[in-house]
Design a protein around this ligand. Structure first.
Ligand code: PHE
Length: 345
């Protein structure tokens, strides 16, 4: 028994001097060796079991040697475990080190998106004429998007705007005209407000995107005429395009305006002579507008005998496409850097 104790100790001393010092020693390997000695079926445990057969005379001495061996082994394993843990951590620190002072890889400067450019320019033009900006919610109530705008349920005009419904009551707004109602509910005339934002319609091709941007304009005051609307749009056209750009109003229909008009701009690419961009007509349709329907004013608690107003809704992508000669609306949403960086100024 004494000999066996000595052999185990010697074996372990050798192991510690060779394997124990090796660079490739892992915590797994160390654990496996520990089990070989101290595990339930390990060599040292086997000796403990063998104590039964030691004579009572030798037992105190052997017992002492055995527990010394066990303690010595345990202590050694403990120190080695700690050392290995430290080594692993140091290796991790070394390989995962981050030099925060290292200069970043230059990935290029971004540029302002053409739709944002148009939005900023429109706000600039109209705020110069005294308009405030109001941004309504994109998830809107049916009431604000349709009903209050004189489009009751089952009204055929709902088909003009293929709407994404969230629930029966809530939808993704299909037009920024909802902003008109929200403003008029909360503010008494005189009102002069712009309401820009994203709108959604279930529609997708070269000139339609399921999400696009509109800018609503609303003016409510006393003694306003359609001519004021025309004058305002003339100014917008000249500032947005060229000083020669003209506007043309054509009769149209929107439930929330009466009369309603469709507004064309003379083609700035050909000066109105007719080209590929205006499809030979010399005119490009850019927005819908009209005098605010009496019913809409009433719905917002504004007396239509005292006040009158006009509204217009501009599609920002449409303006960007005309202004920058873009022939496919999808280019504006694909995020292709080669396309976008052309707008760097
Ligand atoms: N909301 C209309 C549309 O999206 C545009 C419009 C706005 C028409 C304001 C008249 C007045 O088609």
């Amino acid at each position: 028994m004494k000999e066996q104790i000595q052999t185990i100790r010697k074996e372990m001393e050798e192991w510690l001097a060779s394997e124990g010092k090796s660079e490739t020693l892992t915590r797994e390997k160390l654990f496996a060796y520990k089990m070989e000695l101290l595990g339930k079926t390990g060599k040292i445990s086997a000796l403990s079991k063998g104590m039964r057969d030691v004579s009572s005379e030798d037992r105190p001495e052997i017992g002492k040697l055995l527990s010394e061996l066990r303690r010595w082994a345990e202590e050694n394993f403990e120190t080695m475990e700690a050392a290995l843990k430290k080594r692993e951590l140091e290796q991790k620190y070394a390989t995962e080190r981050l030099d925060v002072t290292m200069p970043a890889k230059f990935t290029g400067t971004g540029s302002v998106h053409p739709v944002t450019l148009v939005r900023e320019e429109l706000i600039d033009i109209f705020s110069g004429m005294g308009f405030d900006v109001f941004e309504g919610p994109e998830i809107e109530r049916d009431y604000y998007n349709f009903q209050a705008l004189n489009i009751p349920a089952d009204h055929p005009a709902r088909d003009m705007q293929d709407t994404f419904f969230v629930t029966k009551e809530f939808l993704l707004r299909s037009q920024t005209s909802s902003g008109q109602i929200r403003v008029m509910e909360n503010k008494r005339p005189p009102i002069k407000v712009l309401s820009p934002g994203r709108v959604y319609r279930s529609d997708s091709d070269a000139t339609h995107s399921p999400m696009f941007h509109q800018m609503e304009g609303l003016v409510v005051d006393k003694n306003i005429t359609l001519n004021d609307l025309k004058g305002l749009l003339d100014e917008f056209a000249r500032r947005m395009f060229t000083s020669e750009t003209k506007t043309r109003l054509r009769p149209s229909y929107f439930p929330f305006t009466e009369p309603s008009v469709e507004v064309d701009l003379s083609c700035s690419a050909c000066g109105g002579k007719g080209c590929r961009i205006c499809k030979g007509t010399g005119w490009i349709e850019v927005l819908g507008a009209g005098m605010v329907n009496r019913k809409v004013l009433e719905n917002c608690g504004i007396d239509p005998d005292e006040y009158i107003g006009f509204a217009f809704g501009i599609g920002l992508e449409r303006i960007a496409m005309i202004k920058y000669g873009i022939n496919d609306i999808r280019l504006l949403f694909e995020g292709d850097v080669r396309f976008l960086k052309q707008f760097r100024n």
